[in-house]
Design a protein around this ligand. Sequence first.
Ligand code: PLP
Length: 285
Amino acid sequence: RTVYVNGEYLPETEAKVSIFDRAFLMADGVYEVTSVLGGKLIDFDGHLARLERSLTELDMPKPKAFDELLEIHRKLVELNGIDEGMVYLQVTRGAPGDRDFAFPDPETCEATLVLFTQNKPGLAANPVAKTGIKVISIEDIRWGRRDIKTVQLLYPSMGKMMAKKAGCDDAWLVEDGFVTEGTSNNAYIVKDGTIITRNLGTDILHGITRAAVLRFAREAQMKVEERPFTIAEAQGADEAFYTSASAFVMPVVEIDGESIGTGKPGDVATRLREIYLEESRKAGI
Ligand code: PLP
């Protein structure tokens, strides 16, 4: 696989980043994951806008190649022959000569920019979307700026492991009694035809797939309510699902051992997945 590091396209085994890189020592980095369908980038503009926002919120300088990000994405997709998969991008504050809590001077410390692809043939036709997935609920103990897409992913990783241990696929995080989001996705329920998902704030990531799916839902005259919901409300819902750039729209059929609706992927989730895939393929760049 060819990867991109600070202006160079290299075989992954030759790519190097300093051990003093702030992301390695302090999780001082932000990232984006853009999916690829039919060799085209999905929702690229949204991912780039969110990246810019993450950088601004953390007072992190933009890497030099910022203007060329689309070109770098496209080149990696081409070099690695990706038809379906993902492009991962990470920006860090760079590697000052030593370990220090204070941010380094951006004049003397250049941002680190890394991109690589993940080949996932069959991503859109994922058979799991036909059966749905099971989630557990766990307490949300992450930091308070989940709207910034940082590489601090230890607790989400632990959540995934807790889910696995419980024989499930993912965990939904709960704060003050209400679901915030999944470990790496936005959470939704459907009741009497209304799609309910937590409103945006600093407590969840502003999903790019969420924005697109809500837009398609409204265009299809579906009712949408952006508000918090509890696990009990989710368990009594007709449907549940989640969205993310790597899973698109994924039906959730069980929460903490309780079947949701019929226990099978619901009509709304199934339809939204179809619409999202169809529209995204058309709009991919
Ligand atoms: N919420 C969290 C915590 C995430 O990590 C992600 C994606 O990685 C999402 C939501 C979904 O965001 P997007 O649709 O932009 O992939």
